[in-house]
Design a binder for this molecule. Structure first.
Ligand SMILES: [Mg+2]
Length: 391
């Protein structure tokens, strides 16, 4: 088994939506394909990966720094003990050779996209869905039959009013979701409270509504917001302040008894350790939300989960950000708390297998599709293959 080619491209994620901090109008994402000389059913076995929304692609870093390391490596050094499959950890170590610690910036997204493609390839060559490999190798064979999923929605858009927000939330309910999330922090507190009240009413209660400020608030604003929304008993209050402002979270928990969720913009296990050690978060109340496609991949997220357990954090308190099938495979095979979902937004990268319905807020996983399962989303495969000029 040899890797014969690695293709990558910067693909648009263009959207008119925005959250409290950014517009998605000019965003791009890394799309990667790792091809091999193994042919099954008349096709080369190929792993696919991408980095998730909210960031930009790094074609220059991939072309000039990371891919040359793989091309120059002894091909045998990238294989596992069978000699017939790629070893994702060995590939990761090769990619990260000669990289200084710290400074976890743009490089973590392109490694994340590559790592996703390599794990997809690894599972395909093993002939198994990725979640079963994660279950067998890292979770004693245990897994969840159904995974809690929640739509990351309720975005701001210039032409979107409260009625449209309510219709969106009702649509999620009709589609089978229970917990739904909406953006906050982009308007005045009074205006956001009107939106929250309407969304909570549409969902039947605030307890199945999560709100996401995308890091918008300073401490005093976060406390004022928390005080104002406390009566709603929201499912959680996400990213109240800057991702690296651990002090803000530590102070805020003293003012807010309900759940806080954060971590999607921390890109290394060291950063997550700092959040869990110094961010004041409560392992029995709050949630951690790393995005494996942005934080150096599944390989790094496995380290993150191990270290979090040593700090007293159950895997059940982790809800991967990003709404992609990698997070879903992790949630099932590693028995995490659930994962985000993007029905209808960030298409075609968000969302799960086309033919698996959401039932009572949970989704099941395919049992017969080797890899991450992206082939069960034809629109996603068509888009990636078109961008990569594979057709
Ligand atoms: Mg968020």
């Amino acid at each position: 088994m040899r890797i014969t080619d690695i293709r990558h491209v910067s693909a648009p994620l263009a959207s008119e939506m925005s959250n409290a901090f950014i517009s998605f109008k000019t965003m791009t994402t890394n799309v990667v394909a790792v091809e091999t000389d193994v042919v099954r059913d008349g096709e080369r076995v190929t792993g696919y990966g991408f980095s998730s929304n909210g960031r930009y692609a790094q074609p220059g870093l991939l072309a000039s720094r990371f891919l040359p390391r793989l091309h120059e490596a002894d091909p045998a050094s990238l294989l596992d003990e069978t000699g017939e499959n790629v070893d994702p950890q060995a590939v990761w170590r090769t990619l990260m050779a000669n990289e200084k610690p710290g400074g976890h910036g743009e490089r973590s997204f392109c490694i994340g996209a590559l790592d996703m493609a390599v794990w997809d390839l690894h599972a395909k060559l093993a002939g198994k869905p990725l979640w079963t490999i994660l279950s067998e190798r890292y979770n004693g064979g245990r897994y969840d039959e159904a995974v809690l999923v929640y739509p990351g929605g309720g975005y701001y858009r210039a032409d979107k009013d409260i009625e449209q927000l309510v219709a969106e939330m009702r649509g999620y309910r009709d589609a089978g979701y229970r917990i739904c999330k909406m953006k906050v922090g982009g308007l005045s507190l009074a205006d956001d409270l009107k939106r929250i009240e309407a969304a909570a009413e549409a969902l039947g209660s605030g307890e199945t509504l999560a709100v996401d400020a995308n890091g918008r608030f300073a401490l005093e604003e976060a406390i004022a917001f928390a005080n104002a929304v406390e009566p709603f008993r929201l499912a959680w209050f996400e990213e109240p302040g800057d991702p690296l402002d651990y002090h803000l979270n530590a102070e805020l928990v003293g003012h807010y008894p309900h759940a806080i969720a954060t971590g999607e913009n921390l890109f290394s296990h060291q950063d997550m350790n700092n959040l869990l050690r110094f961010g004041g978060l409560r392992p029995d109340v709050d949630w951690a939300q790393p995005d494996p496609s942005l934080c150096y991949g599944l390989t790094e997220t496995l380290v993150m989960l191990d270290e979090a357990e040593r700090l007293g954090w159950s895997r059940r308190r982790f809800l991967p950000h990003g709404g992609h099938q990698l997070g879903l495979n992790m949630a099932a095979g590693l028995q995490l708390g659930g994962t985000e979902s993007y029905p209808g937004v960030f298409a075609p990268y968000g969302g799960f297998a086309d033919d698996i319905p959401i039932v009572d807020g949970h989704v099941t996983l395919p049992r017969d599709q080797p890899g991450i399962g992206m082939e069960l989303k034809p629109a996603l495969m068509d888009e990636m293959r078109k961008r990569l000029e594979l057709d």
